[in-house]
Every structure is written in structure tokens, then in C-alpha cells.
Design a protein around this ligand. Structure first.
Ligand SMILES: Cc1cc2nc3c(=O)[nH]c(=O)nc-3n(C[C@H](O)[C@H](O)[C@H](O)COP(=O)(O)OP(=O)(O)OC[C@H]3O[C@@H](n4cnc5c(N)ncnc54)[C@H](O)[C@@H]3O)c2cc1C
Length: 429
């Protein structure tokens, strides 16, 4: 620990959830010299790790779990961060400021951070519990999937969102027969523009994935000899598709029940203000489990990204360190949202929340496999989606952070160069 600034008395900070957000609060508190007790309660019995590689490299290589770790075990000892693995917060006693642990006992807090993440949506369909049916949220899920792939050739993935498509591309590189079924009429419909959906539809088909849009998963069919293994999926049109392995990637639901049971408002996420604070000033919620008003979307959103988890965690650490008196000096949360998704050779990067766009200008830049999509709502640029164009993505982050103007007419111009445009804006001051 370096530069401790507060006395090591009191109950300190208790963090429910040892994922990306929970880990970051603890690390940022210590980096900023917080000296009170910091304890992470982690339902998963593993040190905090990165989830993004799970759907990309981890399932197709023999990478070890250690390669995913955010920090080695020694970091927690060195920084006096308590880590209770395989334990979870079962209830919150707000009056007494303590949490009840599932394994028995209580832990008092001065501040409680809810970083409970999200859980995969379970489809209420026949056959969902058969052997050979997988989901993907945790390292354990990924390891089970990796093991299941060894004897599987025909893979069906239900869900054409980021995770379903990342896995599809990874499994095509292993030469598996892959089918993606998607109930909506386009891929990644909640998160990208129609133009980018169409680009990825073509590219996944080119990679050899069979993509069926407008097709829902009706049921998973077991082996005729009744050994409890999946052998096929039944689609919404009644047809059957043989499958040795099925991955259900149908989105997630926030883990907000704990907060709701403690009387805190939750509606598709724990509701927090622009300082990630719930109605109880001692309790914060951050990351995948938190719902907040985004100035970029101009509505309440819940974001599922590493950037969001990390930036919200840093804000909460600053707020705790500032203390009650100075808490108002902390800037509200208005970090520019950005995301990425690696699908085979394509790096999709999104800055801003582009789902609300009503007009998109595409610049293909004359190179196959690359594009920049400028997404407008009315005349306002609300985000930029890029494929294999990291330079424009980084400029997009700056444009949104500094609220720099890009007019629709400019973006539509042949040969429009974002870098030159930003330089010209700067020169004009
Ligand atoms: C396969 C996969 C690929 C992804 N790829 C990308 C990507 O490419 N780019 C990107 O930006 N994002 C990606 N994400 C999303 C990103 O990983 C999440 O947004 C991020 O992990 C959110 O962090 P979090 O701490 O809020 O939640 P989590 O990481 O889910 O951590 C929450 C933890 O809290 C635990 N918990 C729940 N309830 C309790 C309780 N009551 N007590 C104690 N512990 C509890 C959970 O078990 C979990 O371990 C991906 C996610 C997955 C699953």
C-alpha cells in the first residue's frame, strides 16, 4: 500500500462481487491511499479475471486460467484487500449497515458497493438441461464448453449478439460446423446499426457459418436412447437441426435482487444517480448490475462493458475517498461509452450509444474488411462504429468526450477524413 491518507479505523468498504467492477473499486481505493478495511465478497471461487477472452481465444486454445487474471494473488496481500472466495452476500441490513453472508455471519460496512454483475438469461424451453447444452458467462462455463468441443462437430448457437458471434468465429477457426440462429431480423440488433449488422452477416457467412435470421430456438431434443444428451435443436418453424453441442447466448439479466430485497429501487438494474449512488447514500451500484441515466443515450441505460465497469468503479472510489463533506466536488459520471467485439479477423469498435441512430453514413475507405459508420440522431453525431479502423475509433472517443461537431453533410462527403476534420476543428480553437 502506498500513501495512506485515511485512518485505518471503521468498518471500511465491503464490495459484493469480485468481477471487473468490484476488483477495480478495491484497486482504485488503495491506489488513492484509502486506508480503511476493503473486503471483496466473491461468489465465484476464483480471483478476479477478465471475461472478454472467454468467447474469443480461451475456448479455442489451451490458455491457462492464470492468463485471465486481473492481478496475481500477491496483489491482494500486498494491498491488504480481503478476498472471500466462494462466498456471497445474501442480504443487506441497511439500518445496522451490515451484510449477511451466505456461509453464515455478518460483515459491517461504512460503504457498500454492489458489483454483482449479470447472469445469463435462461430460456424456458424443453431440453435446456440436457448434457451438451452450454452457456457462457464464467471461466468455469468456458472450460466446460472447451471440454465439450472435443467430441463435437455440429454446433448450434442460439443468439446472434456479440458473444454468440465471437464464439461462432472462434469455432469456425477450429473447423467446426457452426449454425447461429437469431430470433430477430438482424445480427447484434440491440447494439449496432443496420449497416454494420449487414456487414457482419456477410462476413460470418463468408467464414462458413450458417446464419438463420428470424428463427427462434423452440426446444432442444435429446438422444433417442434417452441418455440425457442433446442431439438436435427444434426451430420455431418446427424443423430440426442436428447438434452435438448447443450454446445458448441469449443475453443477460442484471443481478439486482439483493438490492431490491433491501428496498432499493431496481428496474432492469439497480437504479443509481450520476454518482452511482442508490437511494441509500452508503450504498453504490456499478457495472453490469447498475442502471443510470446516460447523457449519451438521454435515458436510463444499463451497460455491459469493461469500460463502463472500470470507469464507474473509479468514480465510486473517488467518492468514498472524498468523504461525505467533499462528495459534491466529484464530477458526475459522463464517461464516453465504448465497446469492442473481436469476431474472427474483424475488430468491431463502437463509441457512443448508437442504437438510437436514425441516420448512418458509411465510409468504406476503399479497403475490404474495413469500415467506419457515422451514426446520427437528427443532425447530431451520437456515435461511430468501426471495423478494423482503430484510429477512427480513438478519434471518435475524443469527438464525443469534447463534444466536437461532425455534420451529416461532411460525413457523407466522398473521401471525408476524420483525422483532418478534427485537426481543422482544433486549429479553429
Ligand atoms: C464471454 C464474455 C465476453 C465479453 N466480451 C466483452 C468485450 O469484448 N468487451 C467488453 O467491453 N465487455 C465484454 N464483456 C462484458 C464484460 O465482461 C462485463 O461488462 C464486465 O465483466 C462487467 O463487470 P461486473 O464486475 O459488473 O460484473 P461481473 O464481471 O459479472 O462480476 C460480478 C461478480 O459478482 C458475483 N456476484 C453476484 N452476486 C453476488 C453476491 N450477492 N455476492 C457476491 N458476489 C456476487 C458474480 O458471481 C460475479 O463473479 C464480455 C462478457 C462475457 C461474459
Amino acid at each position: 500500500m502506498i500513501g495512506l491518507t485515511t485512518p485505518s479505523t471503521g468498518s471500511g468498504v465491503v464490495i459484493a462481487g469480485g468481477g471487473q467492477a468490484g476488483f477495480q473499486v478495491a484497486a482504485s481505493l488503495r491506489q488513492s491511499g484509502y486506508a480503511g478495511p476493503v473486503t471483496i465478497i466473491s461468489k465465484e471461487a476464483r480471483l478476479p479475471y477478465q471475461r472478454p477472452p472467454l468467447s474469443k481465444t480461451y475456448i479455442k486454445t489451451d490458455a491457462t486460467f492464470d492468463s485471465l487474471l486481473l492481478k496475481a494473488e500477491s496483489f491482494f496481500d500486498k494491498n491488504a484487500i480481503g478476498f472471500r472466495a466462494g462466498e456471497w452476500v445474501e442480504a443487506i441490513d441497511r439500518e445496522a449497515r451490515k451484510v449477511q453472508l451466505a456461509g453464515g455471519g455478518h460483515l459491517a460496512y461504512d460503504h457498500l458497493v454492489l458489483a454483482t454483475g449479470a447472469a445469463n438469461r435462461v430460456l424456458p424451453i424443453e431440453g435446456k438441461d440436457l448434457a451438451g447444452v452450454h452457456q457462457l458467462r464464467t471461466a468455469e462455463d468456458a472450460e466446460e464448453l472447451r471440454a465439450g468441443l472435443a467430441g463435437a462437430r455440429r454446433i448450434v448457437i442460439a443468439g446472434g449478439g456479440f458473444i454468440g458471434l465471437e464464439v461462432a468465429a472462434a469455432l469456425r477457426s477450429l473447423e467446426k460446423d457452426v449454425t447461429v440462429i437469431e430470433a430477430a431480423e438482424r445480427l447484434m440488433g440491440r447494439t449496432v446499426s443496420r449497416e454494420v449488422s449487414a456487414f457482419f452477416l456477410d462476413e460470418h457467412r463468408r467464414m462458413g457459418t450458417d446464419i438463420r435470421l428470424g428463427t427462434a430456438l423452440g426446444a432442444i431434443v435429446g438422444d433417442v436412447d434417452g441418455n440425457g444428451r442433446a442431439r438436435a435443436v427444434r426451430l420455431s418453424d418446427g424443423s430440426e437441426l442436428p447438434a452435438d453441442l448447443v450454446l445458448i447466448a441469449a443475453g443477460v439479466l442484471p443481478n439486482d435482487q439483493l438490492a431490491a430485497e433491501a428496498g432499493l429501487a431496481a428496474d432492469n438494474g439497480i437504479l443509481v444517480n450520476s454518482h452511482m449512488t442508490t437511494a441509500d447514500p452508503r450504498i453504490f451500484a456499478i457495472g453490469d448490475c447498475a442502471a443510470f441515466h446516460s447523457p449519451f443515450a438521454e435515458r436510463i441505460v444499463r451497460l455491459e462493458s469493461v469500460q463502463n465497469a472500470v470507469d464507474q468503479a473509479k468514480l465510486v472510489a473517488r467518492k468514498i475517498i472524498a468523504g461525505d463533506e467533499a462528495a459534491d466536488t466529484i464530477e458526475p459520471y459522463r464517461a464516453v461509452p465504448w465497446f469492442w467485439s473481436d469476431q474472427g479477423p474483424f475488430k468491431l469498435q463502437i463509441v457512443g450509444l448508437t442504437a438510437g441512430a436514425d441516420h448512418v453514413e458509411i465510409a468504406s475507405l476503399g479497403e475490404a474488411g474495413k469500415l467506419v459508420a457515422y451514426c446520427f440522431k437528427g443532425d447530431r453525431l451520437i456515435g461511430i462504429e468501426t471495423v478494423n479502423r482503430p484510429g477512427e475509433h480513438m478519434l471518435g472517443r475524443r469527438i464525443l468526450a469534447e463534444d466536437l461537431a461532425v455534420a451529416r453533410t461532411e460525413a457523407a462527403r466522398d473521401g471525408f477524413d476524420l483525422r483532418a476534420h478534427v485537426a481543422a476543428l482544433q486549429a479553429r480553437g
